[in-house]
Design a protein around this ligand. Sequence first.
Ligand SMILES: *[C@@H]1O[C@H](CO)[C@@H](O)[C@H](O)[C@H]1NC(C)=O
Ligand SMILES: *[C@@H]1O[C@H](CO)[C@@H](O)[C@H](O)[C@H]1NC(C)=O
Ligand SMILES: *[C@@H]1O[C@H](CO)[C@@H](O)[C@H](O)[C@H]1NC(C)=O
Ligand SMILES: *[C@@H]1O[C@H](CO)[C@@H](O)[C@H](O)[C@H]1NC(C)=O
Ligand SMILES: *[C@@H]1O[C@H](CO)[C@@H](O)[C@H](O)[C@H]1NC(C)=O
Ligand SMILES: *[C@@H]1O[C@H](CO)[C@@H](O)[C@H](O)[C@H]1NC(C)=O
Length: 475
Amino acid sequence: MFWLSSLVLSLCASLTLGQSSNSTSTPAINITGNAFFNSETGERFYIRGVDYQPGGSSNLTDPLADVEICKRDIPVFQDLGINTIRVYTVDNSLDHSECMQMLQDAGIYLILDVNTPEASISRYNPSCSYNAVYLQSIFSTVDDFAQYDNVLGFFAGNEVINMANNTYTATYVKAVVRDLKNNIKARDYRAIPVGYSAADIESNRELAAQYFNCGDDEDARIDMFGVNDYSWCGQSSFQTSGYNEKMKIYEGYSLPIFLSEFGCNQVASSRPFTEIGSLYSTQMSSVFSGGLVYEYSNETNNYGLVQIVSDTEVTKLQDFDNLKEQYSKQENPSGNGGASTSNEHSTCPDYEEGIWEANTTLPEMPSAASVYFSSGAGAPQGTGYDTQSQCDSDDSDDDSSSSSSTTTSDSSSDSSTSTSASSTDASSTSSSSATSSSSSSSSSSSSSSKTKNGAVVVEIPRVFQAITQLLTMII
Ligand SMILES: *[C@@H]1O[C@H](CO)[C@@H](O)[C@H](O)[C@H]1NC(C)=O
Ligand SMILES: *[C@@H]1O[C@H](CO)[C@@H](O)[C@H](O)[C@H]1NC(C)=O
Ligand SMILES: *[C@@H]1O[C@H](CO)[C@@H](O)[C@H](O)[C@H]1NC(C)=O
Ligand SMILES: *[C@@H]1O[C@H](CO)[C@@H](O)[C@H](O)[C@H]1NC(C)=O
Ligand SMILES: *[C@@H]1O[C@H](CO)[C@@H](O)[C@H](O)[C@H]1NC(C)=O
Ligand SMILES: *[C@@H]1O[C@H](CO)[C@@H](O)[C@H](O)[C@H]1NC(C)=O
């Protein structure tokens, strides 16, 4: 008997060890048609997440490089019931292995914006900011994160187009999408999805969705599309919020779409998050694959679910309880939720002055960057690395981390509402939004989540069940 139990024990130990580098709780998420699927269970995957950048842009910190902060926040993510977080800016020179492991163990995926405030596409001088030094910065971020199975995707840019009049920036963002995808291929990494997170601007929302998913070059088309949308405020509804119109706009889109930021705070008290009931139901699941609530920590723009007290403590706010309750009430649709595999990629929108000014012909990748394909990007330079120093640009251009925000939300006629959103970055004032914009993707806030229903979570208990059964049989 004794030797049998020790055999079982060592079996357990080796299972545990085997899990530790690539936890079975977060098998890679694949894309088929317009939806995400768990590559092991085959179940459809809906993003239940939050945007996560404690400190915002005013105190830009890499939350995935600080184990103390991960220990503080990951249990809170689990309590909330999320399966994904989005982080707007990391420091690629730091070690992320411990926090990534903790996220894997908690069944939580990461969507990562590859930009930083100083390394991003500038809205003011996009062609100059698109250079080999910049590509070195984002490729080395990919070199660091590509090893983790729980990286759900990378955002090549966040709200770079943030008004009606800067659609020309999309040309360079799309070139970045192409370069990231080619780099992932050349480095032989897992085919990690690359996407763009769009501001919700009425005059170009549909055009932007089409543009990033158009053209014959598959490598230049995004793999997923995120929409920052603050149009459902308070006790709204599918019709009142305009979500019904969004469904019409994006119906037939060939790729997964999700809300990369949502959670309007133009409400009298706490946010009721009633949109969860629509988003994770068949009312929307044929087009949308969930979303990320803006945002985990309460910064000066007042979008938080928790208040940060110290590096070891947070206080859960009423918004947290409301969101948690909505998640627990709303299960995912059964089956594939109406996902589609028959849609074609989009047709490129025509150039139209004042409306859509991006070029369908992309600039070639700066030749100095091709060495990164063969040898890797080399030493990561961290968040302080300014890749636009040779550009004659307005300082305020970049900021990396601010969140999204400038977005104009459609629902509010103007952008005002959303502007505030962006300010997640707290300190930076409104100017920051402009600033931030320059950074294409780098805004700071982010969210995270972990799904309860997700197939993902099921795996581990199964392993334990099997072990328990074995033990019972043997002992
Ligand atoms: C996870 O597994 C992949 C292969 O599936 C491997 O390339 C990668 O290095 C592993 N990651 C870690 C952190 O061990
Ligand atoms: C998921 O994608 C990987 C490659 O990225 C592929 O090897 C695997 O077969 C895919 N799994 C499914 C279930 O499609
Ligand atoms: C900035 O963030 C770090 C890490 O969370 C924290 O230790 C520090 O107190 C913050 N600084 C300010 C001024 O809030
Ligand atoms: C775009 O419009 C904003 C105001 O709506 C203005 O401040 C800005 O200068 C314009 N940008 C360009 C490039 O025309
Ligand atoms: C969030 O932070 C802002 C700015 O510090 C503060 O005014 C607000 O009261 C906080 N919200 C909550 C619910 O504590
Ligand atoms: C698009 O790019 C091509 C190639 O660089 C250039 O010849 C053309 O003039 C551009 N079109 C516009 C509208 O800028």
